[in-house]
Write a protein that binds this ligand. Structure first.
Ligand SMILES: Cc1cc2nc3c(=O)[nH]c(=O)nc-3n(C[C@H](O)[C@H](O)[C@H](O)COP(=O)(O)OP(=O)(O)OC[C@H]3O[C@@H](n4cnc5c(N)ncnc54)[C@H](O)[C@@H]3O)c2cc1C
Length: 454
């Protein structure tokens, strides 16, 4: 059992031994099921014979977060609070910045527990908190099956590099997972979370993107999607998931992004279903952990193509920089899905309307923006902007790795052609030949009609 390998113990000078509670600052793992950080915090509080205080900080200025993201997050948080009340943990909600709020609460803590952050911004916040507090701290890696520094010790070039290590260790990290059978020995007072009041008081002035009609946040919603996927789609995932017209994937990415469900929960459920699931495990664990590996180790900013792409990809794109483009679209046309291409427009609308675009269409969507903008830098800027604004799973390592994949990251050279050079190319004829594109476009038009009627 590898439970303890998820935990990094940071001892500070002048470690605090007095204090009223163990403080768990919940950020990336917004759930109670298979949350190793919460589990550890409960056990530790019980061992130290004190209360557990779970603190959540809403950051209205979180980069690129808007009303759609916050409402989904608050829906999930409401459920977390109900579960915490049941097990006797105390809860406190702050609005502001963790570097102030967590540090403030740590003054009365015996010990502080945090869940691991993987992106540059999330890690910086943790680093700054660590520098400011005077308590012992435990950081728990609970949003990956194999903790990021155990999966691979450096940035992996591509999936083939990280796959053997993941496959070798996967079973050990799937063992011994935890629901919350635990309860706190020292009970706190129940907390009531009024998400509408919070939203209207603190978040209504943010960029307004309509709440998704398809996805509601929370771990029980995530479990519903998971169960439906297993009973209706898993068996044919390998054959169907690439076809946009069949909608054969799990739709779990928004829940994984917000930590409403653990990939450990998902992996154990599919593995124990008795159905074939290699193709799904490849996506859920290998591809996902590759993306997290990239964000965690990459020294370069994901917005800098020269530094972050493999050399062959950057050089080939660079050598085709001045190739003529048949269509050039600006952000406004793209954002409204008004290009000449019905497949692309449907994909853009799927994302805008529901907060979730089909995987194959994400690849096509990204490739076409490269083809239809005046420079690779402009394409990257537009893709990051649209992805982070509309996708519920946006602002995620998977998003940054996925967008860069369109430019050749984690991929290999293909046959040379205009604009893309040796970077893999996709076209509408290929989609039409391989997939039920009529069904996909009709499904999105139907969605659009429903929205229009409302
Ligand atoms: C241009 C582009 C942008 C993308 N943006 C995002 C994003 O913002 N957030 C995001 O989570 N994913 C992103 N992806 C990756 C992938 O498209 C989504 O994870 C997937 O479509 C989510 O749908 P699902 O949960 O139904 O996937 P399923 O097929 O059911 O897969 C299960 C899980 O495996 C993981 N997964 C699946 N495909 C990939 C992949 N290619 N890379 C890494 N992990 C994967 C996801 O966590 C997913 O939820 C992007 C890909 C591209 C090409």
């Amino acid at each position: 059992m590898r439970y303890h390998e998820r935990i990094t113990h940071v001892l500070k000078d002048g470690e605090r031994t007095e204090g009223e509670y163990v403080l768990y600052w919940m950020q990336s793992a917004q759930r109670t099921i298979d949350n190793h950080a919460l589990d550890f915090a409960i056990r530790y509080a019980n061992r130290l014979n004190c209360k557990l205080l779970v603190c959540f900080v809403i950051m209205p200025d979180f980069p690129n977060a808007n009303s759609r993201h916050f409402m989904f997050m608050l829906q999930g948080l409401k459920e977390v609070v109900e579960k915490l009340n049941d097990i006797g943990a105390m809860f406190v909600l702050s609005v502001g910045h963790p570097e102030i709020e967590v540090v403030k609460r740590s003054v009365h803590a015996k010990s502080v527990v945090m869940d691991q952050g993987y992106g540059i911004y999330e890690r910086k916040i943790r680093e700054n908190i660590l520098n400011k507090i005077n308590a012992e701290v435990y950081i728990v890696d609970t949003n990956l099956v194999i903790p990021v520094h155990k999966a691979y010790a450096k940035e992996a070039y591509a999936a083939y590099a990280i796959r053997p290590s993941i496959m070798r260790q996967m079973d050990a990290y799937l063992e011994g997972t935890y629901d919350v059978p635990l309860t706190c020995r020292h009970e706190g007072n129940p907390f009531v979370l009024d998400i509408d009041a919070i939203f209207h008081t603190h978040l209504s002035s943010l960029t307004s993107v309509p709440v998704s009609p398809k996805f509601k946040g929370g771990q029980s919603e995530a479990l519903k999607w998971l169960n439906t996927f297993i009973s209706e789609k898993l068996e044919k995932y390998n054959a169907n998931s690439s076809d946009p017209g069949l909608f054969g994937s799990s739709n779990l990415s928004p829940y994984l992004h917000f930590g409403h469900i653990s990939p450990v929960t998902v992996a154990n459920a599919v593995l124990s279903s008795g159905q074939p699931c290699d193709a799904f495990i490849e996506q859920l664990i290998v591809r996902r952990e590759l993306a997290y590996n990239y964000l965690y180790y990459a020294k370069e900013d994901y917005r800098d193509l020269k530094r972050t792409l493999p050399r062959w990809a950057f050089e080939t794109i660079e050598s085709h920089r001045d190739d003529e483009r048949e269509h050039i679209y600006d952000l406004q046309v793209l954002e409204q899905g008004l290009t000449h291409d019905p497949y692309w427009n449907a994909a853009q609308k799927e994302m805008v309307l529901t907060g979730h675009m089909h995987n194959t269409m994400r690849m096509y969507w990204g490739k076409k923006v490269i083809e239809w903008t005046e420079s690779p830098e402009k394409a990257l800027e537009i893709l990051l902007y649209l992805n982070d604004k509309y996708e519920l799973d946006g602002r995620d390592p998977n998003g940054y790795a996925g967008i860069l994949w369109c430019f050749g990251k984690h991929d290999r050279p293909w046959r040379e052609r205009p604009i893309f050079g040796k970077v893999r190319y996709m076209n509408a004829a290929g989609l039409k030949r391989k997939y039920n594109m009529k069904d996909y476009v009709s499904a999105i038009q139907l969605l659009e009609g429903e929205q229009f009627e409302k």
